[in-house]
Design a protein around this ligand. Sequence first.
Ligand SMILES: [Zn+2]
Ligand SMILES: [Zn+2]
Length: 275
Amino acid sequence: MPSSRDRLHLYVLASGSKGNCSIVAGPGGLVMIDDGLSRREVLSRMEACGLRPHDVRALVLTHEHGDHTGGIAVWHRAFPVELFASEGSTELRRALRELPFNHFAPGETLELAGMRVDTFSTSHDIANPVGFRFSCDGDAIGYATDTGIMTAAMRSGLRGARIIALEANHDVPMLACGPYPRYLQDRIRSDRGHLSNEQAASAAAEVVGERTEHLIAMHISQENNRPSLAVRAIAGTLGAELDDELGSTATLERSGGLPSLHIRAAGQNRPVAIL
Ligand SMILES: [Zn+2]
Ligand SMILES: [Zn+2]
């Protein structure tokens, strides 16, 4: 477990269409968000972050797509944690239907690992997709991926959190010129698809507060985006400076004793710890 218990921590073990899994560390243990990785991969990435699997208290699901759920059944057999998903979101996949999920309505609030967990609707081509806001003692983490637009509920769920994890899936020109067939491009671009860099940047401008310290660009497409493009788009809109010419991270310095805002991208292959 992390040594400093006064703040919440976010560990993005993997983010992208080949598998998603994140962990929030709270005062009462760990909460896993989605699990689309093999058990071995989750264990090795947790170990790299100094996290112990037996500290996981619960798993919450954003939605049932395979890149978010493919590892849950195997994980649950080894570590039978409490499972939470929105109503109707585990009906289509047999592997999920057979698991003892607790169901909530989007908008409901859960209490997990000593944290308040507010759920909110996102917009995706599947039943009842959700994002989460974890909060405890004035600290908060907002988390939203796999959404074609920023919903009103998502706006209030993310607003002003100290750590904001927000999808920046594709670069519009790269998607248009990339390898995906037209129907898939249309699906990604739709209101129930994925946020582009530009959409993420304008969403970030609405939800980043003066005490937001970290903005993590999530679910970056390996075919239709680059981490630096996502970071540049968000940094440009927020007035942040790139930290180097690669543009893989950016910082917004603030005056008046306010904390700086750090912008970076989560990846598919390497975990990222945000403390
Ligand atoms: Zn996904
Ligand atoms: Zn999805």
